[in-house]
Ligand binder design. Sequence first.
Ligand code: GLN
Length: 386
Amino acid sequence: MRAYPSVIKSKLPQVGTTIFTVMSQLANEHQAINLSQGFPDFKSDEELIKMVSEAMQKGFNQYAPMPGLMALREEIAKKVALLYSVDYDPETEITVTAGGTQAIYTAIAATISEGDEVIIFTPAYDCYEPAVELNGGKVVFIQLLAPDYSVDWNLVKKLINQRTKMIIINTPHNPTGKILSKNDMLSLEKIVSNTDIVVLSDEVYEHIIFDKQKHQSACKFPHLAERSFIVASFGKTFHNTGWKMGYCLAPKNLMKEFRKAHQFIVFSVNTPIQYALTEYLKNENNYLSLSAFYQEKRDFFVNSIKNSKFQVLPSQGTYFQLLSYANISDEKDTDFAIRLTKEFKIASIPVSVFYHKNVDEKILRFCFAKKQETLEQAAEILNRIS
Ligand code: GLN
C-alpha cells in the first residue's frame, strides 16, 4: 500500500522489533526449543481457568471499574500486608493493569516530561528506555557488569542532578536473575531521601526468589515507598503471561497521576479475569509455593548441563538462567544465539541487546519456566555444543 504522508519522523529511530518477538519467531520457524522469550510452556492451574470461565458465564463481561475491581484491590492489599507488613489503601493506592509493561509505561507517561532524566541500570529489560523516550525524557545509563551485576551506588549519587526525575530498579532482575539486597535498597533510600526523585520499582518476579533469600520490595523502605511506583505481574506468578494482568502500587499523590494516564491508555482491564483472581488470591499458597517450584526447575536445568562447555552464572531469582559461552566461541552473542536456534534448534536471548551500547559479554539468557521434558531436551542439546 502507498503510504501518505510518505515520511513521518520516527519517535523511536533506533528501535526495531523487540528481541522477544524476533527470537520466538525464529524458534518457531526452525522448530527450535524456545527458551528465549520468558513464558511457561505448561498450563496455568485448571481451577483458575475454571474461575475465569465461571465469571464469564455469570455475565461479568462488561467494563471493570477504571482502577480495577475493588474486591481484587482488597485482596492485593491483603497480600502486600501479609508479605511486607505495609498497608496500601485499595481505594487510592492500588490500580489493576493490563500486565507489567502497561503499568511501567503508564507510570513513566504520568511523570516524565520533556528533558527529564531517568536513570536505568543496564543490562535492562527492554521496555524502559523507549517508554522514557516516547515521553520526551532522557535516559542516563549505568552499567552493571558480569558476573555479579552489582550497583555502584556512588556512581548513582554522582549522576544525579537537578533534572533527575526517576530511577528505575528491577528486582529480581531480568535478564540477570540478580536481586537487590537490603543494603542496596538502603543505599538507594539514602540517595533519594530529600529529593524529588520518583522510583519505579519493577518487581514482577517478586515471588520467584531462591535459596531462602527474601525479596526486598521498595514498599518495605519508608523513604522509598513514599516515592515509588511498584509494579507486579499476575502472569509471572500464575503461569498465564498471555492474560496480560498486573497491578501497580503507589502512594496516593503518585497514584492519582498514574490513574489520569491509565484511564486514557487502557481505561480498565479484563473483567472476568479480575473476578477469578480475586478468588484465587485468597489462597496464599498459590503464590507462596512459587519460589520452591522454580528453584527445583533452576536446579534441575543447571545440574543437567554441569558437564557442558557453558558456564553457569548465579541466578538468585526470576525464571532466567544466564550461561556464558566464552569457552565455546568468539562469535557475537546475537550471531551465536541465531546459530544455536538454526543449527542446534535451541533459542535463547543474547544479553547484549539489554545494553544500550551492545556490550557483548558472550552471555545468553535461557528461560527455565518449562516442563521437565523440555528442560531435558534443552540440556541434551546444550551438552552437545562444543
Ligand atoms: N518478560 C518476557 C521476557 O523477558 C517477555 C515479554 C515480552 O515479550 N514482551 O522474556
